[in-house]
Design a protein around this ligand. Structure first.
Ligand code: HEC
Length: 269
């Protein structure tokens, strides 16, 4: 019985795997399957990468985009970029972050309890939840096998979007649109990164790909700040359920043991 179950499961897994590989190609949007530190059941955010991503976001993306669902104080939360409370205050001061205070009916300097400002440009979407709003991997044929093996790919989508401009532009209704393989056509964001667009404090070379990966990782954190706690909890739950399963199996065996031995003694007529 148990052997049959194992064989069946193995068979199903091989089938699923091979079809996943076979259908992986295709689709008009190209998304590179980058390896991120936070992926997989034991994935954890790379804290220095989150800090670099925050820098890229602040110095490049924030010119147009916002993060209005993210409280500034969470920059010092566990599992995040891990700034100290003083560093959060310094970050606010150095970047002149201001918020509109409805009570004062005026702008004032932000405090750690305020959120990041919203988008500065009306057609630039808020990025707080962007890595959850985009799927890098779908299908094939609605079977969701690609997401099963590669993940939903929101982080990959963002990193890929920043690195896969085709270089072609066109004008539509007076606006310039930029070709992008990941977007799957033309859209209104000009290529925001170039080599050396920021200067990293930790000596990492700021290539376009490096900055794209760093900011994508940071935006994954803004969209899912409790990712690490969730994975840890999941692991503990699986462990406990596994233990429970073993105990239930043994209990079951024991409860039915007298009945089984009786059945052996008196074969069914
Ligand atoms: C000059 C302004 C500007 C800058 C700088 C900028 N963006 Fe954008 N971004 C836009 C605009 C405008 C759009 C909407 C484009 C559209 O939908 O046609 C956009 C769209 C996006 C989208 C959504 C694409 C989609 O699938 O709909 C993402 C993700 C994004 N930007 C990420 C970033 C990141 C990360 C950075 C920093 C590295 C950045 N942007 C810098 C203006 C900007």
């Amino acid at each position: 019985m148990l052997r049959k179950l194992i064989v069946n499961t193995a068979l199903a897994a091989t089938l699923a795997l091979s079809s996943g590989v076979a259908f992986a190609a295709g689709g008009e949007r190209y998304v590179e399957n980058y390896a991120f530190a936070h992926e997989g059941p034991f994935g954890r955010f790379d804290q220095t990468q989150l800090q670099r991503g925050l820098q890229v976001y602040t110095q490049v993306c924030a010119a147009c985009h916002g993060l209005r669902y993210v409280p500034l104080r969470t920059l010092s939360d566990e599992g995040g970029p891990g700034l100290s409370e003083d560093e959060v205050r310094a970050y606010i001061e150095q970047n002149y972050i201001e918020v509109y205070d409805a009570e004062l009916q005026d702008w004032r300097a932000a405090t750690p309890n305020d959120h990041f400002p919203g988008s500065a440009m009306s057609n630039a979407p808020d990025l707080s939840l962007m890595t959850k709003a985009r799927a890098g991997f779908t299908g094939p044929y609605g079977l969701a096998l690609n997401p099963l093996f590669k993940g939903m790919g929101g982080s990959e989508y963002v990193a890929s979007l920043l690195t896969h401009y085709t270089g072609s532009e066109k004008e539509e209704f007076g606006a310039i649109l930029y070709g992008n393989e990941t977007y799957g056509g033309y859209f209104a964001m000009s290529p925001p990164l170039w080599d050396g667009a920021v200067e990293y404090g930790d000596g990492t070379e700021a290539t376009v790909e490096q900055m794209a990966l760093d900011v994508a990782s940071f935006l994954t954190w803004t969209a899912e700040p409790k990712l690490m706690a969730r994975k840890q909890m999941g692991f503990t739950a699986i462990l406990m359920l596994g233990l429970l399963a073993v105990m239930l199996y043994l209990t079951n065996k024991r409860i039915w043991a007298p009945v089984k031995s009786r059945a052996k003694g008196y074969p069914a007529e």
